[in-house]
Design a protein around this ligand. Structure first.
Ligand code: M6R
Length: 619
C-alpha cells in the first residue's frame, strides 16, 4: 500500500506533491512526508497522521519548500508504528540519499545486520531505511553512480517495491524502480518534465501521457532530458511505451457530495449502465457481446471447473458469481480467498479456468494467486476495474468493469459492476453450452436492460434509512442474513458496516443462524434480513419468526408489494422487484446506505476508515 509521488521539471514541486498526496491518501493515511530539493540541499517534513496534518506542519513551521524537484509519501504502516520517525521520505546515514518506497523488503533484516556490522545506524523500524542505506553502502563500495548503486542493490533485495530516490548533490536526477508495487510516470511538456505516482490521478491536471513501469524496470529521469528506461537485472535499454489516459477529471472529484463513498453509491445507476454499454444489445431479446468472452468461446464452452479468486468485496461478488455460473452454465465453481489459494498447493487440471476479480487490479494476494494459477497451466480470466493495472496486464484475457475511479475505501460501485459482468458472463457461457433455458435468457437480458432505473428508485430510500440509522447507531453488534444468491449480499452489507462505522457485524446464511448465532439474539440485536420475494421466501419468513420469538429487532429488505413481512418486521425497507439472479444489484443498495448513514451519525471519516487502505498491495 502507501502512496508515492514525485516531480521533476521546471515548476514549483511542493504544490504538486501536496495535492498529489491528498489524491493518493486512499492508499494509506497514517503518516506522510515530503522532501523538496534545490541546488543547495533539501527540505524535508514528515508527520504522523493525514496529509492535512503535514500541510499544517509545513505552514506553521514556515518550511520554505521551494524547489523544482521533490518526492512525497503517504503511508500505511507495515514495519513500525505510524509516527514521525517511521514516516517517509527516509534519508541515508550520510544524508546523501533520500528515498520513498511502497512495498515490503522481505530480507531487510539480513541486510540490516550486514549494514550494522559496517557501521550503519538506524533511526526508524522500517525496511525502507535499510534499503536507502544499502544503496549508500553499495555506492561507496563500488564508487559508482546512483543509478548503478540502485540497480546493484535492487538485485540483492527480495520483496516488492516501487521507489523514487534522489541524491542531495544532484537534485535534477531521480531514479524510479518497480517490482510488484505499481508506479506510473507522467510525461509532461516536450517529454522533459516528469511526474511519478502510485496511480496517474495525481498528475491528471498536468498531463495525460503516461508510462506504466513494468516489474523489473528502472527509469532514470533527468530534468530537461528524455527518459532513460532500463532493466534492473541486466541494465538493458528498454523502449518506453507512452499511453494516453482516458480518465475525466470530473470522475475524481467529490462534487456536492460530502464523501466519495456517497457519490459512488449514487453513481451506481450510471456505472451499471457503463458496464452494460455496448455489451448488452437489447434487440431480439438480448444479444451479449463481450470480446474478452467471445474470443475464448471454446475455452469457456468446454470448461470442466471454474475457480474464482478475489479478496474482500470482490470475494463477495465472486460468491454471487458462483451461484450464477453454476445455475446458468452447470459448470462446477469454487470461490477462493486469494490469500488462501496461494498457500495450499491448489489442484489445477486440464480445462480448468481461473477467474480473478479485483477493483484495483493491484491487490497483492490476488496478483500472486493469478501468477500461481498461470504457472500451474490454467487459463486465467480477469474482471478488473482499473485499466492497465497489474492484474489486468497479467491475465490471459478479461473484461473491464468500467465503473470509473472508485476512491472511497469502502467498495460500492465496483461491487455492482462486478456482479453485472458476472451475470453477462454466466448468460453468455450458458448460451454457448445450451444450459440455459431460452426464456430465462431473454428475461434476464430484459431485466438487466431495466435494472438501472430500479437501482435509481432504490436510492430514494436514503432519507428513510437515516431514521433507522439514528435508532441503531449506538448498538455494538449487527447480524445480516440472506439466503441463496443474497447470502453474499448479507456478507457485503456486514463488511460495509464494519469497515466504516466500526460496529461489529456478521453476515450469515439465514438458515444457518439456528446452528449457533441465534444464541446472540436478544432485544438489543438488530438483524438485517434480505427478504425479497424468491424461492426462499417462505423459509425466510420462518427465520424472521425465529428472531422475533427471541425479541430480536428486524430490519427487513422486502419487495414493494409484500404485506406479510410488513406485519412481522420492526422496520421495512422496500425495494423494487426483480429476478432473483440479479436481485443483488438492488438489495445491496440499502445496505450500503445504511452503513454510510450509521457511520456519518457516529462521526466517522467514511472515506478513510481507520487501519484500512484502498488497495492492499502487500501480502
Ligand atoms: O481492489 P480489490 O477489489 O482487489 O480489493 C479487494 C479488497 O481489498 C477490497 O474489496 C476491500 O475489502 C474493500 N475495503 C471493501 O470495501
Amino acid at each position: 500500500m502507501c502512496g508515492i509521488i514525485g516531480y521533476l521539471g521546471n515548476r514549483n514541486a511542493y504544490p504538486i506533491l501536496i495535492d498529489g498526496l491528498k489524491k493518493l491518501e486512499y492508499r494509506g493515511y497514517d503518516s506522510s512526508g515530503i522532501a523538496v530539493f534545490c541546488n543547495n540541499g533539501y527540505k524535508i517534513c514528515k508527520t504522523k497522521g493525514k496529509v492535512s496534518e503535514l500541510e499544517k506542519k509545513i505552514f506553521y513551521q514556515k518550511k520554505n519548500m521551494i524547489g523544482t524537484s521533490g518526492i512525497g509519501h503517504t503511508r500505511w504502516a507495515t514495519h513500525g508504528v505510524p509516527d514521525n520517525i517511521n514516516a517517509h521520505p527516509h534519508v541515508s546515514n550520510s544524508h546523501k540519499l533520500i528515498i520513498i518506497h511502497n512495498g515490503i523488503i522481505e530480507n531487510f533484516h539480513a541486510i540490516k545486520i550486514i549494514l550494522l556490522k559496517n557501521g550503519f545506524h538506524f533511526k526508524s523500524e522500517t525496511d525502507t531505511e535499510v534499503l536507502v542505506n544499502l544503496i549508500e553502502y553499495i555506492q561507496t563500495e563500488h564508487q559508482c553512480s546512483l543509478e548503478e548503486a540502485v540497480r546493484i542493490s535492487l538485485n540483492e533485495v527480495i520483496g516488492a517495491y516501487s521507489i523514487a530516490i534522489v541524491e542531495r548533490s544532484n537534485p535534477n536526477t531521480m531514479i524510479v524502480a518497480k517490482l510488484g508495487s505499481p508506479i506510473a510516470l507522467g510525461i509532461g511538456s516536450n517529454e522533459k518534465e516528469f511526474f511519478i505516482a502510485s496511480d496517474p490521478i495525481p498528475f491528471l491536471n498536468y498531463t495525460k501521457n503516461v508510462i506504466y513501469l513494468k516489474d523489473g524496470e528502472m527509469a532514470i529521469i533527468k530534468k530537461n532530458e528524455k527518459l532513460d528506461l532500463r532493466s534492473i537485472v541486466n541494465n538493458h535499454k528498454i523502449s518506453p511505451v507512452i499511453e494516453q489516459l482516458q480518465i475525466n477529471l470530473k470522475e475524481i472529484e467529490k462534487g456536492h457530495y460530502k464523501y466519495f463513498m456517497l457519490k459512488e453509491i449514487y453513481e451506481q445507476p450510471k456505472t451499471i449502465l457503463d458496464t452494460l454499454r455496448g455489451r448488452l444489445l437489447n434487440q431480439n431479446g438480448g444479444i451479449i457481446c463481450i470480446d474478452g468472452i467471445e474470443l475464448n468461446k471454446k475455452i469457456f464452452t468446454y470448461a470442466k471447473h471454474i475457480t474464482i479468486i478475489a479478496c474482500g468485496t470482490s470475494w463477495h461478488a465472486s460468491l454471487i458469481g458462483e451461484y450464477l455460473l453454476e445455475k446458468l452454465t452447470r459448470i462446477p465453481v469454487e470461490v477462493e480467498y486469494a490469500s488462501e489459494f496461494i498457500y495450499r498447493d491448489p489442484i489445477i487440471e486440464k480445462r480448468d479456468i481461473v477467474i480473478v476479480i479485483s477493483q484495483s487490479g493491484e491487490t497483492a494476494d490476488t496478483l500472486s494467486a493469478l501468477k500461481l494459477a498461470k504457472q500451474r497451466g490454467s487459463f486465467v480470466f480477469g474482471i478488473c476495474n482499473v485499466v492497465g493495472s497489474s492484474i489486468a496486464r497479467n491475465v490471459d484475457d478479461g473484461v473491464y468493469t468500467h465503473a470509473g475511479p472508485e476512491i472511497g475505501v469502502a467498495s460500492t460501485k465496483s461491487f455492482t459492476a462486478q456482479i453485472t459482468i458476472l451475470v453477462l458472463l454466466a448468460l453468455t457461457i450458458g448460451k454457448y453450452r445450451s444450459t440455459i433455458d431460452k426464456h430465462l435468457y431473454h428475461n434476464l437480458c430484459e431485466e438487466l436492460g431495466n435494472i438501472t432505473e430500479k437501482v435509481f428508485c432504490t436510492l430514494k430510500i436514503d432519507r428513510y434509512l437515516k431514521e433507522i440509522s439514528k435508532k441503531y447507531c449506538n448498538v455494538k453488534n449487527f447480524l445480516y442474513l440472506g439466503r441463496g444468491i443474497n447470502f453474499p449480499v448479507a456478507l457485503e452489507g456486514a463488511l460495509k458496516l464494519k469497515e466504516i462505522s466500526y460496529i461489529h457485524a456478521e453476515g450469515y446464511p439465514a438458515a444457518e443462524m439456528k446452528h449457533g448465532p441465534i444464541a446472540l439474539i436478544d432485544e438489543k440485536m438488530p438483524v438485517v434480513i434480505i427478504a425479497t420475494k424468491n424461492i426462499h421466501y417462505e423459509k425466510i419468513i420462518g427465520n424472521i419468526q425465529e428472531i422475533k420469538a427471541r425479541k430480536g429487532r428486524i430490519i427487513a429488505i422486502i419487495n414493494e408489494e409484500d404485506l406479510q413481512i410488513q406485519m412481522l418486521a420492526d422496520h421495512i425497507i422496500k425495494v423494487p422487484k426483480t429476478s432473483e439472479e440479479i436481485s443483488p444489484l438492488i438489495n445491496i443498495i440499502p445496505l450500503q446506505l445504511l452503513a454510510y448513514q450509521i457511520a456519518c451519525i457516529r462521526g466517522k471519516n467514511v472515506d478513510q476508515p481507520r487501519n484500512l487502505a484502498k488497495s492492499v498491495t502487500v501480502e
